[in-house]
Design a binder for this molecule. Structure first.
Ligand code: SF4
Length: 388
């Protein structure tokens, strides 16, 4: 453990959330980091902390603001749960982040990992963490062959993680002092100054860091690993065997057509309904078209309620979400001026207004392409006019 902490003291990445022990800031970083890479999260976290620096600011923020700040990170249930939890903390705890593990675990969107990360990093409590990085390190270090998702192996891994962090707690005076916005100069200096060297925050972070930068899924850098001498997988030449994994289910391919309709300098967009995928985010009118040939004119008429005069390909966006491989084909549509029937449902928005709305990821890429080809938006008004 001492080697691991010493390695962390010398090699920890200088990440902005490591310079604070504010539980709110640490919580936001942990939620953003779920399913998302560190280098992607850094600018999002910095922007979020400037816009919503406190629990009360998050609790009061409009849905549009929190979705806009999260736009592009995906898995938007996370941001809605953050706000639900912030409102509970303001209502039940006066805006102070609770320190009890059970109270933190009871918050919306908080699981055992996130509660453990907050308790250990912000409050220096001996709460274990077990994410993909820690699982990889522990299964290799101890040569654990079972599938980490199976109950028995998973429980064993949690016990090991708990043992590590408990030993760390016993190796250094435990501090439960509430940290506010107290800054430390750097993670390295913070670790070095926590004599005699071990504590819960740095132990948990060192396990996660080792998995992220040294004990990587492919081609781990065992020569640079501080625990190589103790590592069962390395000593027995079986690093590639751990962690055991079930084959992933086959990906499902889906194909959609999206329609970009302009009228008098405004574009037609829709907000996704509550309760579904990407709820509350904005998108272009679209329809799933399957893999066979599809008559785009007929599809556009079905979606927009009017037969298009012209259809021009704009771009094709490919993206993956969970097991879906999605292709979104965007077309610019010209509708006839003398069309009959009700206007298509949605909101007509100027280019400047489009930039202010939080879009679902793939649809945001269509917006980028559209604005790049049509020039910068004009900041002429609030950008929207409702027809729904
Ligand atoms: Fe991972 Fe290699 Fe270190 Fe073992 S020696 S913990 S496999 S990096």
């Amino acid at each position: 453990m001492a080697r691991l902490l010493d390695w962390f003291a010398r090699h920890a990445r200088d990440l902005p959330w490591r310079k604070t022990r504010d539980p709110y800031a640490i919580w936001v970083s942990e939620v953003m980091l779920q399913q998302t890479q560190v280098k992607t999260v850094v600018p999002y976290w910095e922007r979020w902390m400037r816009a919503l620096p406190t629990m009360r600011a998050l609790a009061k923020a409009s849905p549009r603001k929190i979705h806009k700040l999260w736009e592009g990170l995906g898995y938007y249930t996370r941001v809605r749960n953050l706000q639900r939890a912030a409102r509970i903390i303001v209502r039940q705890h006066g805006g102070r982040f609770p320190e009890e593990f059970a109270e933190i675990l009871a918050l919306p969107g908080v699981g055992r990992y996130t509660a453990g990360a907050i308790c250990s990093i912000a409050f220096h409590q001996p709460a274990p963490v077990l994410d993909g990085n820690v699982i990889r390190v522990l299964t290799r270090l101890f040569g654990i062959a079972g599938d980490p998702r199976e109950t028995e192996t998973n429980a064993l891994l949690w016990r090991l993680a708990e043992r590590f962090v408990t030993e760390a707690a016993n190796g250094t005076p435990r501090s439960t002092r509430r940290a506010t916005q107290r800054e430390v100069r750097s993670p390295q200096s913070a670790v070095r100054s926590s004599s005699p060297g071990a504590n819960c925050s740095h132990l948990n972070q060192s396990l996660m860091e080792l998995g992220a930068v040294v004990c990587t899924p492919r081609r781990p850098n065992c020569r640079a690993c501080p625990v190589a001498a103790q590592c069962v997988a390395f000593r027995t030449g079986r690093v590639g065997e751990f962690p055991a994994a079930k084959p992933r289910p086959a990906a499902t391919v889906r194909r959609f057509a999206a329609f970009v309709v302009e009228c008098d300098g405004r574009f037609l967009v829709r907000r996704r309904p509550a309760g579904g995928v990407n709820a509350h985010l904005w998108e272009w009118p679209n329809v799933e078209i399957g893999n066979g040939g599809a008559d785009l004119g007929t599809l556009a008429q079905t979606v927009l309620g009017a037969k298009p005069k012209a259809l021009d390909a704009l771009c094709t966006i490919r993206h993956s979400i969970t097991r879906y491989r999605i292709t979104l084909e965007a077309h610019v549509v010209a509708l006839g001026r003398n069309r009959r029937g009700p206007p298509p449902a949605g909101r007509w928005v100027t280019p400047a207004g489009l930039e202010r709305l939080p879009f679902a990821s793939a649809h945001g890429k269509i917006r980028q392409r559209l604005l790049a080809t049509s020039g910068k938006p004009r900041e002429d008004d609030d950008g929207t006019s409702r027809t729904e």
